[in-house]
Design a protein around this ligand. Structure first.
Ligand SMILES: [Zn+2]
Length: 415
């Protein structure tokens, strides 16, 4: 029976959102949280982008060390042989790629403007897939950008060509959030049946349906007999109106009417990490979680009206679909209301020792030099993120100073 997997694209689609961004350490922490949560794959960045190079290498090093395991780390590039070759040159250990190219008439005419025909699109993609295979990639996803506005016959031709060149998955991109649950179900079911390859569902929220469309697309692929990989981002952060929210999509798969009885997840998801992950991403992006966000919003388990409060106190199931404990919330949060010592780019050893002494996990430095080295890395991390580091970031730097150094190294315009 085909299964559902989650492929989070926060570190790719999330960070390319206008006005938002993450530091390389923040991106790394997101990968660590996703791994702890049991997410199958993180599209962790752009292997042809110079400033991503050391970050991507460092994260693959963390995978080898077992810190980022078993999550699969994949890069996103254009479906071009030159991008494939450059990726493997810049990040030689990368083994998973998603290759993207536009497929709709709108994009082919409006973007390529006569430089590429439909046949060129298929040809560029198949050549890129073959190059990735030849260079040792273990899994290759092929992204049909603007799939929802592409004629289905061309999508089938494109998908079949991808499959016969050695691609492993077909990404159906509802790039503009144009689909609705009824149309995406039909398209994905038809594609799954005819292409005979696992389908990725990539939805956007321009019409407020990213989560519903993801679920419907997933159902289409599963009913068509193929595994499905739902693309998500943490807190739905993504271009324009955003992507499908990771936690909401997981909840929809597990808690919505009759879905979990019929369809199975491929991995065991540890939902108890959800609250922490959502809050970290909110802090890192500088975007508050909406009060009514499913599962993780401040009001997701709040009751005020007499009838609801009375009902939920008698039996939570009267007015709650799932328990707050499942999402890892309910623990009291310590917020400093008095004197506060923060990490910063101009911080010194005394304040740093004070902060490290208050951690949930005690870190013992072997020497003064070692403590000073970690402090220096913390200063640099602060230069990049412009805000005090959270405990997990400080612990990460203290535990893996060499990796942290790599994540903080940027060398523009070096030949
Ligand atoms: Zn997207």
């Amino acid at each position: 029976m085909p299964k559902i997997y989650f492929l989070d694209v926060t570190n790719r689609d999330g960070v390319q959102t206008a006005k938002l961004g993450l530091s390389k350490i923040e991106k790394t922490l997101i990968n660590i949280y996703l791994n702890e949560m049991g997410i199958f794959q993180s599209e962790f960045g752009f292997p042809t982008t110079r400033h991503e190079q050391l970050y991507l290498q460092a994260n693959l090093e963390l995978a080898r060390m077992g810190v980022l395991k078993p999550i699969r780390l994949s890069g996103w590039i254009r479906a071009m042989v030159s991008d494939v070759e450059l990726s493997l040159k810049m990040v030689p250990d990368i083994r998973h790629l998603n290759l993207s190219i536009s497929t709709s008439a709108q994009m082919i005419n409006g973007k390529f403007r006569g430089r590429k025909s439909k046949n060129d699109v298929i040809n560029d993609m198949t050549e890129a897939v073959k190059a990735a295979k030849k260079l040792g990639c273990e899994s290759i996803g092929v992204n049909a950008e603007d799939a929802s506005r592409t004629e289905i016959d061309f999508l089938i031709k494109f998908g079949k060509a991808a499959q016969s060149s050695g691609a492993d998955r077909f990404r159906y991109c509802d790039t503009l959030g144009y689909d609705n649950p009824f149309t995406i179900y039909e398209s994905c079911k038809h594609l799954a049946k005819t292409i005979e390859m696992p389908i990725e569902i990539h939805c956007h929220g321009d019409l407020g349906m990213a989560v519903a469309n993801s679920l419907a697309g997933a159902k289409g692929s599963l009913d068509g007999g193929q595994d499905v990989y739902i693309n998500t981002t943490v807190n739905g952060i993504g271009e324009r109106a955003g992507n499908a929210d990771l936690v909401a999509v997981i909840l929809a798969c597990l808690k919505s009417k009759e879905f979990a009885e019929k369809y199975e997840l491929g991995d065991k998801i540890n939902l108890s990490k959800a609250y922490n992950l959502a809050n970290f991403a909110s802090y890192a992006f500088g975007v508050p979680i909406p009060i009514n966000q499913p599962g993780v919003g401040a009001n997701a388990f709040a009751h005020a009206s007499g009838i609801h409060a009375d009902g939920v106190l008698k039996d939570p199931q009267n007015y709650e679909l799932y328990g707050f404990e499942e999402l890892g919330r309910g623990e009291p949060e310590l917020v400093e209301t008095g004197r506060e010592i923060c990490s910063g780019q101009y911080g010194g050893i005394s304040g740093f020792s004070h902060i490290m002494g208050k951690m949930k996990e005690q870190i013992c430095f072997q020497s003064k030099e070692e403590a000073n080295e970690v402090l220096e890395l913390v200063r640099y991390a602060n230069v990049e993120s412009h805000k005090p580091l959270v405990e997990d970031e400080l612990l990460f730097i203290a535990k893996y100073p060499k990796i942290a150094k790599k994540l903080l190294t940027l060398t523009p315009l070096e030949n």
